[in-house]
Design a protein around this ligand. Structure first.
Ligand SMILES: C[S@@+](CC[C@H](N)C(=O)[O-])C[C@H]1O[C@@H](n2cnc3c(N)ncnc32)[C@H](O)[C@@H]1O
Length: 242
């Protein structure tokens, strides 16, 4: 179910109209509220997040081939800022997230920019028969997968959603990033990968899901605003194709 349809925008032929049935995702995302719902309205107020988006967008421009992309999908889009930063090279983008409140903010961003884009509430980590097939040329995801418990299911559903030769880009915390969520409401019972993702493990999972040309790019060095001042941290960038 799409949460928005910008006025006057025709439906693309490949428009997905899949519903995310309640009960098909983990309890963390299935309730009416999640931690991310609570954070949605103020998510973009933090300058370190704005800077992260800007830096990651630059790195994606360098790492990906945007020439033949008709349709892209940002998985775990949050408020959509990363996709908006790439709007000039994304004719269509589906902003996908499991948080209703994040998607509401993303929809406002789509409307303000008059983009012919869509949003969808979905978890690729959920076992569901209605995940989309061959709808997009590019899937990208920034700091989402360390919150996803079933990575294998998520990668399989991403591979299925990509068209032939479709590209995948994952930007996330490397294993050993325990400090990143210190003091946050996230907990390991709900998030088995909360301390970051192991590159070797990730590569094996991607290959098993059907991805090839798995390429590790230079790490992305960033700084976040900690309680006691700036805290440096690193993200990895890995790209692949189906
Ligand atoms: C750390 S935030 C990052 C948001 C955005 N990518 C950014 O960098 O600003 C993680 C996002 O992933 C979403 N998310 C978490 N688990 C998810 C899942 N299983 N499926 C889809 N989205 C998920 C959350 O709702 C949240 O918007």
């Amino acid at each position: 179910m799409y949460l928005s349809l910008p006025p006057g925008v025709p439906q693309p032929a490949d428009r997905v109209c899949a519903v995310w049935p309640r009960g098909t995702v983990g309890a963390r995302q299935d309730g009416p509220m999640s931690i991310f719902d609570d954070m949605a309205d103020t998510w973009d107020d933090k300058p370190d997040r704005v800077e992260r988006t800007r830096t990651v967008a630059q790195r994606l421009r360098a790492a990906l081939d945007f020439t033949d992309i008709e349709s892209a999908l940002e998985y775990g889009c949050g408020t959509g800022q990363l996709s908006f930063a790439l709007a000039d090279v994304l004719p269509h983008c589906l902003l996908m997230d499991s948080s209703v409140e994040m998607l509401k903010v993303a929809e406002r961003g789509i409307a303000e920019r008059a983009l012919p884009w869509d949003t969808e509430r979905r978890s690729f980590a959920a076992h569901s028969p209605d995940h989309p097939v061959a709808i997009t040329d590019l899937i990208f995801s920034l700091q989402v997968l360390h919150h996803v418990d079933d990575l294998d299911t998520a990668f399989t559903n991403m591979a299925t959603a990509l068209r032939a030769k479709g590209q995948l880009a994952i930007i996330d915390l490397p294993v050993g990033s325990a400090g990143f969520h210190r003091g946050s409401k996230h907990n390991h019972a709900d998030n088995p990968h909360l301390d970051g993702l192991d590159p070797h493990d990730l590569e094996q999972r991607l290959a098993a899901a059907g991805f090839r040309d798995i390429t590790w790019h230079d790490d992305i060095a960033l700084v976040r605003d900690g309680d006691d001042g700036p805290v440096p941290y690193t993200l990895f960038l890995v790209t692949a194709r189906v």
